[in-house]
Design a protein around this ligand. Structure first.
Ligand code: GDP
Ligand code: ZN
Length: 321
């Protein structure tokens, strides 16, 4: 028997079984063994470190094998199935490596408003870099387009991203515009939903998926307040025959804290990639080096000044931290 992890409270995990019902399951014995593996001073014994790390890595979206105890009352998670992808944040400065925010993710869906609140392209660039660094597809949604001259005007403003190859949806939850294509892009997939609060994430999702009853802000807030001890956000099953899930992961919003090797940043800008092999120096930072193919492309207008500027700022930030 198998299922998908919807949320976790540290010891108990909410799992949707393949049959559709949702059960609470605990990780089997070896979780608790990580305690037994501590020395008297509380430090971990070497032979149990791997087990402790494995345990911490269980995340929403994980596919797990389930077992029922003899009485049939309690469920245990007996194993975690291999992941096809994951969204993870690397602990700055190493430590126990990365923390997986969501497993088996198909795409990151980043929502901004055309206005009210004003969009921040630089914040969008951060989200995109996180998706790229995790090898995940990204999809951009610009909502509330009716407040800023409609979809045509918005598409002008966000053309840098279209040129970089990102799919963009121009929507108005209020006027029911652009929702059909966005709906089709979400069904049957596991999508991590992110973006600043107030841009209309809940409004969009609830009108596309009646019955979902998503309250993105509220869920995140209750997590912060510790009312739920949900460590890794929540995976919402999408109602409807095609299935799919939406992951609400509060952790993704603390974007400034993500650790990435500065030398990997250029590859996280897809429109830079065709030029990277043509820089004279293999470790070109694309700042001051001679014969830099990225800056040549910038001068020709093939890379946008705003995106290049974002690259410079993010690079500086990564090198400083
Ligand atoms: P979230 O925090 O991203 O989940 O945003 P909400 O869905 O709670 O929406 C924030 C506010 O924006 C609410 O007052 C919504 O009614 C409003 N809103 C959502 N979508 C639209 C839209 O397309 N146009 C306009 N004008 N307002 C919207
Ligand atoms: Zn270069």
């Amino acid at each position: 028997m198998s299922g998908v992890v919807l949320s976790g409270t540290g010891g108990v995990w909410r799992v949707q079984r393949d049959e559709g019902d949702i059960v609470d399951a605990s990780l089997r014995g070896r979780v608790k063994k990580s305690n037994a593996g501590r020395r008297a001073d509380g430090s971990l014994r070497r032979d149990t470190i791997a087990t402790a790390a494995d345990t911490l890595k269980l995340a929403i979206g994980d596919r797990v094998m389930l077992e029922q105890d003899g009485s049939g009352a309690a469920w245990t998670i007996s194993s975690i199935l291999p992941r096809r992808s994951r969204l993870a944040r690397r602990a700055p400065g190493g430590g126990f490596g990365e923390r997986v925010v969501a497993a088996n993710v198909d795409q990151v869906v980043i929502v901004f408003a055309a206005a009210n609140p004003e969009p921040h392209p630089r914040m969008l660039d951060r989200f995109l870099v996180i998706a790229e660094a995790n090898g995940l597809a990204a999809r951009i949604v610009i909502n509330k387009v009716e407040l800023a001259g409609g979809a045509a005007v918005a598409s002008e403003r966000w053309s840098d991203y279209e040129r970089a190859g990102y799919p963009i949806h121009y929507t108005s939850a209020k006027r029911d515009e652009g929702l059909d294509t966005l709906h089709d892009a979400l069904v049957g997939k596991v999508s991590v939903l992110t973006g600043p609060s107030g841009v209309g994430k809940s409004s969009l999702m609830n009108s596309m998926f009646p019955g979902l009853d998503l309250r993105v802000g509220e869920i995140s807030e209750s997590v912060n307040k510790g009312r739920h001890t949900t460590v890794g956000g929540y995976l919402h099953p999408l109602p409807g025959p095609e299935g799919g899930y939406l992951a609400d992961t509060p952790g993704l919003r603390e974007v400034g804290m993500w650790a990435l090797d500065p030398a990997e940043l250029d590859r996280c800008f897809p429109e830079f990639r065709p030029f990277l092999a043509d820089c004279r120096f293999g470790d070109c930072t694309h700042r001051v080096e001679p014969e830099c193919a990225v800056r040549d492309a910038l001068a020709r207008g093939e890379i946008s000044a705003a995106r290049y500027d974002s690259y410079l700022r993010l690079r500086e930030e990564l090198e400083g931290g």
